[in-house]
Design a protein around this ligand. Structure first.
Ligand code: SAH
Length: 201
């Protein structure tokens, strides 16, 4: 797993994912009406742009990130913009320590899944599932294997997404989209996955 200290270092300057506005993929979900105001958790919320965007659009939004500097940046942005939103410093692999079971209708993930060590992904899924309501929905944006090798996070394949999320989740879709970044011209090739907490235990 990438070390906490490494993440801290990445926030000593403006990291590539801090684009100063929400990811287009999430803006479209809200503007199309697919993602409607609800109690929602943003895991690995970083500088908080997606969380703040959701709060601004009527969601009861909470962000969680284990990098204190990221949470400090996010809280400052929310205050500066006059948006009420909660940010928690904590490890998403221990979500149960911070949030009650069944607490959220939706969870969004912008660039967290592709940052988690593959060995920890099953635990991530367990934690997400526990925090979600039955039939709650997980929206996950990650770099895809269509993005050429090079800098940036791990590229994730459709097969891997399915292997990790099923059968705990029903995969509604895995769509090609882009992950906006300060260093990938026109954005990096990405997948947006929508997965519904299934009845299977
Ligand atoms: N979602 C944000 C940040 C993406 S970068 C955005 O789209 O801008 C990934 C973020 O996940 C970093 O801020 C990092 O600190 C956080 N992160 C990585 N592993 C984590 C873990 N185990 N628990 C909580 N946060 C984590």
């Amino acid at each position: 797993m990438t070390k906490l200290s490494t993440w801290g270092d990445s926030y000593s300057s403006v990291p590539p994912w801090d684009i100063g506005h929400p990811q287009q993929a999430f803006v479209e979900l809200v503007e199309s009406g697919e993602l409607r105001p609800s109690r929602i958790l943003d895991i690995g919320s970083g500088p908080g742009e997606n969380t703040i965007f959701l709060a601004k659009n009527g969601f009861s939004a909470v962000g969680i990130d284990f990098t204190p500097e990221a949470v400090r940046i996010a809280r400052n942005r929310a205050i500066q913009r006059g948006i009420e939103v909660e940010f928690v410093v904590g490890d998403v692999l221990n979500l149960h320590r911070y949030f009650m079971e069944d607490g959220f209708y939706n969870i969004i993930d912008s660039g967290l899944f592709h940052s988690i060590h593959p060995q920890s992904l099953n635990e991530l899924v367990r934690q997400i599932r526990r925090a979600l309501k039955p039939r709650g929905v997980y929206y996950m944006l990650c770099f895809s294997d269509k993005e050429p090798p090079g800098g940036g996070p791990r590229r994730v394949s459709r097969e891997e997404i399915k292997e990790i999320l099923q059968p705990a989740f029903t995969i509604d879709y895995i769509r090609e989209t882009i992950f906006e970044s300060r260093i990938h011209e026109g954005g990096a090739k990405a997948y947006l996955t929508r997965a519904t907490n299934s009845e299977v235990s």
